[in-house]
Design a protein around this ligand. Structure first.
Ligand SMILES: *[C@@H]1O[C@H](CO)[C@@H](O)[C@H](O)[C@H]1NC(C)=O
Ligand SMILES: *[C@@H]1O[C@H](CO)[C@@H](O)[C@H](O)[C@H]1NC(C)=O
Length: 344
């Protein structure tokens, strides 16, 4: 028994003197949340610990994509992987020859890492796989959401976009009601049109960028365009109430306050999500947008109910000056003076 063990040990040591030995990782996985990926390559038995005598070659499916010549301090990169680099050049003498590259440039497949130290060399292989979102939330994954590796899940994206368009629809409905019932002075009309246009364009562009999965600058900008320009709705709502009501009542201020609250929550949610993948606070964005939608719905109802009451009944202060039956023409007259068309 002993001679056999001694022989195994000796041959291992013998092989070790000519061969570099690696700490092997068979498979690494990337998800949508990886902006960069690291392909591990650790040599455990370097002797000289000197980058000047080292040479590192990375191959993808057998084709050289990256190399580093320590003696000349020269890099080679395949044009297809311009971002490829050693994780840390300073750590190369410690045996760390791991490769880092942008996730978009890192196709799945088998990569090999070849390291030479003077006359000793060795190679290790690692397979890069994509963690598919299809296998998301399978029963054997302990924390499905973490494992999912998607910035926002499909259902979350759908809810966010649906809420955004609900807000747009409710806001347009309110505008339509107001435009049908009330005369709007050209200056306010321009303001409303410009605000609606900016908000709608931002919403559409944001939706296009955000709708696909992924955790890229585009997706982040898309969510930003969905959430941030919604601030326009606050002055827009103020303007709309101003057209309907002579003086703004407490209820209208409460509704505008609710709108602001929803907006602040949505922006805070956005700030929390933009830097985290998976987004742990996706529900904050959704809650904020939902509050904004509710504020818009209540405002629409308020304008619809109170606005029509305003039309049928004298406004306080006006009734004392004019008899009830003359009010309608008085209001009309007042409107026409406001739009610079003198009443004949
Ligand atoms: C992807 O990101 C996760 C979490 O940050 C990390 O554990 C994993 O190693 C990354 N995958 C690759 C291939 O770099
Ligand atoms: C990588 O190698 C493994 C084992 O040799 C093989 O099963 C797998 O199909 C390879 N992957 C690709 C993408 O070629």
């Amino acid at each position: 028994m002993w001679p056999l063990a001694a022989w195994v040990l000796l041959s291992a040591v013998g092989a070790g003197s000519a061969q570099l030995i690696f700490s092997v990782t068979d498979v690494v996985e990337k998800t949508d949340c990886n902006k960069t990926v690291v392909l591990p390559c650790y040599v455990t038995n370097l002797k000289e610990n000197n980058a000047n005598v080292m040479f590192v070659t990375w191959k993808k499916q057998g084709k050289v994509i990256f190399s580093f010549d320590g003696a000349r301090q020269e890099f080679f990169r395949d044009p297809a992987v311009p971002s490829a680099n050693l994780v840390s050049r300073a750590d190369l003498p410690k045996g760390i020859a791991s490769l880092m590259l942008n996730s978009a440039e890192a196709d799945v497949g088998n990569y090999s890492c070849e390291v030479t130290e003077s006359n000793r060399e060795g190679e290790t292989r690692v397979e890069l796989r994509k963690h598919s979102v299809v296998s998301c939330g399978e029963e054997n994954t302990p924390t499905p959401k973490e494992k999912c590796g998607s910035w926002f899940l499909l259902v979350e994206r759908a809810i966010i976009i649906a809420l955004l368009f609900l807000v747009i629809i409710l806001c347009s409905a309110q505008l339509s009601v107001i435009a049908l019932k009330y005369e709007i002075v050209p200056k306010k009309k321009t303001g409303i049109l410009v605000a609606s246009f900016i908000f709608t364009v931002a919403a559409v562009v944001g939706t296009v960028l955000f709708v696909q999965g992924g955790y890229t600058a585009q997706n982040q900008a898309g969510l930003g365009l969905i959430v941030v320009p919604a601030v326009i709705l606050v002055p827009l709502q103020y303007l709309m109430f101003g057209i309907v009501f002579e003086s703004l009542q407490q209820a209208t201020f409460a509704l505008i306050g609710l709108q602001i609250l929803g907006y602040v929550i949505a922006v805070v949610g956005f700030a929390l999500c933009v830097s985290a993948c998976p987004p742990l606070h996706g529900s904050v964005v959704i809650a904020g947008l939902a509050i904004m939608a509710i504020a818009n719905l209540l405002s629409l109802a308020y304008v619809f109910i109170m606005g029509s009451r305003m039309k049928d009944h004298p406004r306080p202060g006006k009734a004392v000056e004019e008899p009830l039956n003359g009010l309608q023409s008085y209001v009309m007259c007042e409107k026409y003076t406001v739009v610079d068309t003198p009443w004949p």
